[in-house]
Design a protein around this ligand. Structure first.
Ligand code: GLC
Length: 426
């Protein structure tokens, strides 16, 4: 398990792409469920979905520029529309638009050296044999009319397993399979999860899986139990939250995790949701994830034409500008095992510590957790300038702490995150 996780724990920053027929409605990917929309009404959006500006090359380019190292695309979301060619249903992109978006996505991202994976929804609001009435999420959950229509869950399971088989067979080596999600009694056993996982592992020995055959974004699952089940997956997938103290198993051992986070309040394109988080917040949250040994999978929601909204592009450009200078303090880094300083965060890679300074300091910047004799070199990353250990009289009352100065005033060269790199001896 160590080996297949290695690239993931190096990568740290990835792009989540929620894109499908729901983009045509422009009200998020849950629109059909939230508005209790019938199949017929939703069909209007499927028919209207003609993304003539879809160009995964530009997406991949943007991900690279942002310093992202991998990406995950929704191959099928809860609405059941397949963004790939499949023999299991006509409800797919090839029949509707003559394209296989999954293949084009994988080709574009792989050709830029990015790792690429697929999101696949275990739920399916299109399939006639998926529970309708009484299900907690199905668009027709409150319609007694949909109660008994001879639904055969076994038929759905075969369909779902076959689609996963197709995805694991027809697209070369997948880096991630991001299954979503379990709820109520719709969990590992019900999905025939063991069988599914064994098939996936046989077809894609190196693929890594999230933990959602056992739960959703709100659960860790058996991965942290010390005795993970076959369905435990390889990493925990906290959603819209960054775990306050990272994630460990019951023995206190590090468990790989990836926080998935939206830029505004929706995964799928929402035409009226302009509550975007600032690049500054998102960048600091990326650093926070890394400082706690985790990844950030940051979402974009391309519109129905296939374009990533301008605001999202801009956020990624700004993060990218910082990453170009300071990326080494994120990529390949992890927690430092030193308590978080008041002014920011610390990340670590081998014998190098990166002190991320978010807040201006008076009287020098304390570099906690190290001894001055252990320091080989201190570098202000954004100016590539060597700094000294402070010998000022100001810091004399704190002989156990190492301080450094970046200049005369208090102003930080990068007000979002000024990184001080400390190379330790040996
Ligand atoms: C949730 C939602 C889904 C989204 C996912 C991302 O489980 O159902 O819409 O794709 O989280 O983590």
């Amino acid at each position: 398990m160590k080996d297949r996780m290695e690239w993931f724990e190096e990568a740290r920053f990835g792009m989540f792409i929620h894109w499908g027929v729901y983009a045509a409605a422009g009200r998020g990917e849950w629109v059909r469920s939230e508005e209790r929309m019938t199949e017929e009404t939703y069909q209007g959006y499927a028919d209207a979905f003609h993304p003539d500006r879809f160009d995964p090359e530009t997406w991949a380019e943007l991900a690279c520029q942002a310093g992202m190292k991998y990406a995950v695309l929704t191959a099928k979301h809860h609405d059941g529309f397949c963004m790939f060619s499949t023999n299991t249903t006509d409800y797919n992109a090839e029949i509707y638009n003559g394209r296989d978006y999954v293949r084009e996505f994988l080709d574009a991202f792989r050709s830029r050296g990015l790792r690429a994976g697929l999101y696949y929804s275990l739920l399916d609001w299109h399939h006639p044999d998926y529970p309708h009435y009484g299900d907690r999420h199905h668009p027709m959950r409150d319609e007694p009319d949909y109660m008994a229509r001879g639904r055969d869950f076994g038929t759905y399971l075969k369909y779902m397993h076959e689609q996963v088989r197709e995805l694991c067979t027809n697209y070369g080596k997948l880096d991630i399979l991001w299954l979503d999600f379990s709820y109520d009694d719709m969990t590992a056993e019900k999905w025939q999860g063991e069988k599914l996982v064994r098939m996936v592992r046989r077809l894609q020995p190196d693929v890594i899986l999230n933990n959602r055959l056992e739960g959703s974004g709100e659960m860790f699952g058996s991965l942290i139990s010390g005795t993970p089940s076959v369905c435990a997956g390889d990493f925990v997938s906290p959603e819209q939250i960054i775990p306050p103290a990272g994630i460990t198993d019951i023995y206190g051992r590090h468990v790989p995790w990836e926080a998935c986070v939206t830029m505004n309040g929706h995964w799928g394109y929402h035409k009226d949701d302009y509550r975007f988080k600032s690049p500054r917040t998102l960048l600091r949250k990326l650093v926070e994830c890394v400082s706690k040994g985790g990844n950030l999978l940051l979402n974009v929601g391309p519109d129905a034409s296939g374009e990533i909204p301008e605001e999202e592009e801009e956020i990624l450009r700004q993060i990218g500008a910082w990453m170009r200078v300071n990326g080494e303090a994120v990529t390949g880094c992890t927690y430092a095992g030193i308590e978080k300083p008041e002014y920011g965060r610390i990340t670590a890679k081998g014998n190098v510590l990166y002190y991320h300074v978010f807040e201006e300091q008076i009287g020098g910047i304390p570099l906690s957790g190290i001894h001055r004799d252990d320091i080989e070199k201190i570098i202000l990353l954004c100016e590539d300038r060597e700094l000294e250990v402070s010998d000022s009289w100001i810091v004399r009352a704190y002989p156990d702490l190492v301080f450094t100065d970046i200049g005369e005033g208090t102003e930080l060269p990068d007000p979002v995150d000024t990184v001080i790199k400390v190379i330790r001896k040996g």
